[in-house]
Design a protein around this ligand. Sequence first.
Ligand SMILES: Nc1ncnc2c1ncn2[C@@H]1O[C@H](COP(=O)(O)OP(=O)(O)OP(=O)(O)O)[C@@H](O)[C@H]1O
Ligand SMILES: [Mg+2]
Length: 411
Amino acid sequence: MLSTATQRFAGPDYAGHIGTMVDITQHRRDREQGLAAQKLESLGVLAGGVAHDFNNLLGSILANSELLLADLPADAPAREGIDRINAVAVRAAEIVRELMTFAGHENPIFEPVSISSLVREMLELLKVSISKLAVIRVDLADGLPAVMANASQIRQVVMNLITNASEALGKAHGVISVSSDMRRVLRDDADTGELAEGEYVRLRVSDTGCGMTKEIQDRIFDPFFSTKFSGRGLGLAAVQGIVRSHRGAIQLTSAPGEGTCFEVLLPCAPPNARPPDEARVPEPAPATASAATTVLVVEDEEVLRAAVCKMLRKKDFIVIEAADGNAALEALRGRAAEIGVILLDMTLPGISGKQLFEELRAIRPEARVILTTAYSKEMAANALGSLEAWGFIRKPYHISDLVAMLRSAGE
Ligand SMILES: Nc1ncnc2c1ncn2[C@@H]1O[C@H](COP(=O)(O)OP(=O)(O)OP(=O)(O)O)[C@@H](O)[C@H]1O
Ligand SMILES: [Mg+2]
C-alpha cells in the first residue's frame, strides 16, 4: 500500500513529497485466513445440524423400505424399486458423512500408520477404477517414519486424490505419479504457512491431465465446488478437513493443459509411538439366535421409531417405545425387571445423552445399552466420559444390523 502527501514551503512553492509504503501482504493473508476460518466454523455448525436431522430422515427411509421388503414376496416386482430407494439413502448418508468429516465432526482414532504401505494397498484396490489410458508411476519410499493418523481417513485422502488425477486425464493418455518421501519443515519456510516445525512425510500425487486455472484452484476445496458433470465437489473438501485434523498441510501446483500436483504433508509420529487405546465403546459379540428380548427404544424421531419398532416386533422382540427422556425413565421404572436392552438415541430434546444414560443405568444397571447417533463412535465415547455402553450403532443403520446387535445383547 502506497500513500503520498505533497509538502510545500510557506508559499505555493513545491518542496517535495513525503511517501509511506506499507507491506500489507501479511495483513491480507491474515484477513483471508480469518475469513476462511469463519467460513469453516459456520459450515461446521451447519454440517452438525444437517447431519443429525438428515440421518434421522435417512434412517426413516431405510427402516421403512426394509419393512416393505420384509412384507413383500420374494418375486414381487416392486422389490427392485425399493432396493433402489435403499441404495440412494445409503449414498445420501455417505455424502452427509463426508460433510461431517470436512467440518471436523468425526474425531477419529489416531495410530501410527505407514503411508507407503497404505498407498500401496490403495493402488491395488483403485487399479480397476483408474483410467485405462493412464500409466501409473509409483515411487514410494520404504522405511519412512510412521505418521499419527487415522488409516481410514488417509485412505479416503489417497482415493480422492488419485480418482481426481484419473478424472483429469479424461479420454486422453497420460501419467499419474504417486510418491512418498520425507520433508523437514523449518519455521521460516515460505511454502508451509502455519505448519509446526518438524519432520513430515510427504505424499505426492501428480497427473498430466487437464490442469486448472488460478480461478478454479482458488475454489477447489470449497464444499460442492465441482467442474464435473456428475461431480459432488466433496472430494477435496473432505481431503482438506482430514489433512487439517492431522495437523498437516496440502499444497498444489497446476497449470491448464499441463497437469496438477498435490502434495500432502503429515507430521511424523514420535519414534516410540504406540497405537492408542481402543475407543471405550466395545464391539458387540457376533449374533446368535435367542429367546424374546424386551427392548426399550428411546428415539425422538417418530417415523424412524415407528418403523424400527414395527420391524423389531416382526423379529419377535418385545418392544417398549419412548419418545423422550421422561418417557424412557417412566417406562423403565414401570417395567424395569423385564427390560434387557436399551437402544438409546444420544441426541434427545431436553436432556443430554450422558445424563439420561446415567439415570437409566441407576434404575436398571443390568440392562445393556446400545447407543445410536449420527456422529462417530469416538465422538459418542467422548461425550460419555467414563461411562461405558455395551454397543454402538451409527445412524442411519440397516435394520438387519440392528437386529443382529440386539440379539447378541439379549443373550
Ligand atoms: N487432479 C486434478 N486436475 C484437474 N482438476 C482437478 C484435479 N483435482 C481436482 N480438480 C478440480 O477440483 C474440483 C473439485 O474436486 P473434488 O474432488 O472436490 O470434487 P469432484 O471431483 O468434482 O467431485 P467428487 O465429490 O465426486 O470428488 C474438480 O471438479 C476439478 O475441477
Ligand atoms: Mg473428486
